[in-house]
Write a protein that binds this ligand. Structure first.
Ligand code: NFS
Length: 654
């Protein structure tokens, strides 16, 4: 009776996710008596005080809880005001997010050094042209030098991203001069990531920095140390080692699993392990082993961010985003799910146990109780990948439960690196962002939006991403995407040139001329730095102001959930971008700290934060900002003329 009652109360699967494959698996999980994150998220009643960041547990005189309805009525035991408490909490969130990306970036740098030193033999420098280009952009003299010589100098230079204790972080050189001047003037130019994160943690200790405005400076510096630091190092060096993406057709959604194959999912954030797996699955020994167990072959697919990277670089199929990682195991068809770092739910262990799937952790920095640990070592990748293959093949041979794979699959074009966008729009011989700027200036393209980030079981999976992006392109805003958001739109079928008619007349015309989709997928979350570089290139191409803050652009993470997302959001704001978050935001509206983030920063020359949960409202806010910037640039009239011209021409043609 208890079970019946709780089933009656259960919200429909259609309300939990708009992904039909995930709906089907959630239905099956409920039938099988297995609880997924999508239901746990719905049932969890978050602490309302915590949700608004009105509590402090930085010391043991508390934890102190302030009154979110009357935030200035009370202070913490030490006297901390609501502004100090919210700033400290936000600062620690950003520190954690920045630490995640910098830790990732530093390991990529270590791999790069291993290749240069000759210790790592299974990976190589794939894109020597990009190596030269990045070296030159940092002032390294590449003329007449051997590849390894340039690589060594670049490696030493980028090491400073993490270890500097003064000066300016190397990649900040790529930002427009006016943006860098602002950072210098305000004392927020990032030095070294380890220093910035350490200082953020120390300044938020009880009794240290208790001025929200001063704390904001270190928050900004810590966030910039992510976007122009570890994340950018990770993306640029991954391109150099594994290849710079260019448009590739790839299938997305759970239908990429194959019932008659050994299915291995790689889910995480480190490309090296996934690259190692890709090399190993093509080994004829294992293919024969799989066949001996009755399988037709081995099917390697990705999920979440490393999945997005492998899809962009090699066209590896992608099985789904963050909201589907537990659900896909319910198919019963996953022989092994191999994970590394970040966004790996602990709940996977329980679901994997229920469906007899191997959950395999591979990174010493991220183990899960109940999972099997098979450590990945770049110096000897096959030791790990071969053991995983043996386990997965053995599991295929003993599959005992019914398999149900949703027949949902969607092809899309992925892999728009900032280099490719430049080439695509400018042509082979004059690769440039000028044609994009021209189309913005003449009004065909109203502006550019970055729509990125996670899915969050607090909202119907994918629904805000999809509705928001559709509304933006309908209004002639070109959308750039990364991470789990890109996967949501790929599943919805918008990452194909054939989606151009969904765009407004101006954007559709550009898409049809160039043959590109109205929504461009750039890769994983660390690849958000491609958007920073593209924005800087737009400033450099001319005609749209002097700094990123002048551009008619906006960003959004409509279903965010992680501290990494907050760090990303803040480095976009600090770089000059209006950034809107959905779901909710950890501040109280009626406070000085909130006002600083949502208004004050813009007055100082940065971007600013915005928050709304309805996709159409978010789109309206982003478009209003883009139009405001167009007006400030004096190009608002051009758009009206262009669109009138086009409709006139259409009328004449009909
Ligand atoms: Ni980004 Fe990638 Fe996805 Fe969110 Fe997590 S996988 S790094 S944090 S959930 S977009």
């Amino acid at each position: 009776m208890g079970k019946e009652n709780s089933e009656k109360k259960m919200v429909s699967v259609e309300d939990r996710t708009m992904c039909e494959a995930t709906q089907q698996m959630l239905t099956k999980a409920r039938r099988d008596g297995v609880k997924l994150d999508l239901d746990r998220g719905y049932e969890m009643k978050p602490c309302p005080i915590g949700a608004e960041s009105a509590c402090c547990k930085h010391c043991y005189m508390g934890p102190c809880r302030l009154n979110p309805r009357d935030p200035y009525k009370k202070v913490g035991v030490c006297g901390a005001t609501i502004d100090t408490i919210m700033a400290r909490n936000f600062g620690r969130n950003v520190a954690a997010g920045s630490a995640s990306h910098n830790d990732h970036g530093r390991h990529i740098l270590e791999l790069f050094r291993g290749i240069i030193d000759g210790k790592v033999k299974d990976f190589t420098i794939e894109d020597t042209l990009k190596l030269e280009r990045v070296g030159k952009s940092l002032g390294i003299d590449v003329e007449g030098k051997e590849v390894l010589e340039v690589a060594k100098e670049l490696c030493d230079e980028l090491e400073k991203t993490f270890s500097n204790v003064d000066g300016e972080m190397p990649f900040t050189k790529l930002a427009p001069e006016a943006t860098r001047e602002l950072w210098r003037k305000d004392g927020v130019m990032p030095r070294g990531a380890m220093l910035e994160i350490m200082e953020m943690m120390s300044r938020t200790h009880i009794g240290c920095d208790q001025d929200y405005d001063n704390l904001m400076k270190q928050i900004t510096r810590t966030a910039l140390a992510d976007g122009w630091g570890g994340s950018m190092v990770a993306t640029e060096l991954s391109d150099i080692m594994f290849g710079t993406p260019s448009p590739t057709l790839a299938d997305v959604n759970m239908g990429v699993l194959k019932e008659d194959h050994v299915n291995i999912i790689v889910h995480g954030h480190e490309p090296a392990m996934f690259e190692g797996m890709l090399a190993a699955v093509n080994d004829s020994f294992f293919i024969e082993e799989a066949k001996a167990k009755g399988a037709k072959g081995i099917n390697l697919v990705g999920m979440c961010c490393s999945g997005a990277e492998m899809m962009s670089r090699h066209g590896v199929p992608h099985a789904g985003n963050f909201g589907s990682t537990e659900a896909i195991i319910v198919t019963g068809a996953v022989d092994a799910m191999v994970v590394d770092i970040q966004c790996i739910k602990q709940g996977l262990a329980e679901v994997a146990k229920c469906y007899d799937t191997h959950l395999i952790t591979t990174n010493p920095r991220a183990k899960i109780e109940g999972a099997t640990h098979v450590e990945f070592d770049e110096i000897d990748p096959r030791k790990c990948t071969d053991e995983i293959l043996s386990k997965a093949i053995a599991r295929y041979g003993t599959r005992s439960m019914p398999i149900e794979i949703p027949k949902k699959i969607q092809a899309g074009v992925h892999g728009f690196s900032h280099e490719y966008i430049e080439y695509m729009l400018g042509g082979t011989f004059r690769g440039s962002y000028s044609p994009l700027n021209d189309n913005i200036i003449n009004g065909r393209i109203r502006g550019v939006a970055g729509v990125v980030g996670c899915t969050n079981p607090k909202v119907k999976q994918d629904s805000v991403h999809v509705a928001l992006v559709k509304e933006l392109i309908r209004n002639d805003v070109l959308v750039l995407q990364t991470g789990c958001s890109q996967i949501a739109l790929a599943k919805a079928g918008l990452l194909v040139p054939e989606a151009a008619p969904l765009a407004g007349p101006g954007l559709a015309e550009v898409c049809e001329t160039v043959g590109m989709p109205p929504v461009l997928g750039l890769g994983s979350c660390v690849d958000n730095t491609r958007i920073l570089i593209a924005a800087s290139a737009m400033v450099k191409a001319g005609g749209l102001g002097n700094s990123i803050a002048d551009l008619p652009v906006a960003g959004c993470a409509p279903e965010w959930m992680s501290e990494k997302a907050l760090a990303i959001g803040h480095y976009f704001v600090a770089s000059g971008v209006y950034t809107v978050f959905g779901v909710g935001f950890p501040t109280i509206k009626e406070t000085k700290f909130h006002d600083l983030m949502f208004n004050g920063l813009e007055k100082k020359g940065y971007g600013k934060w915005g928050m709304a949960s309805d996709p159409i409202e978010i789109a309206r806010m982003m478009i209003a900002h883009i139009d405001k910037k167009r007006k400030q640039l004096g190009i608002d009239k051009a758009r009206e003329r262009t669109l009138v011209d086009m409709s006139d021409r259409r009328e004449l043609a009909s």
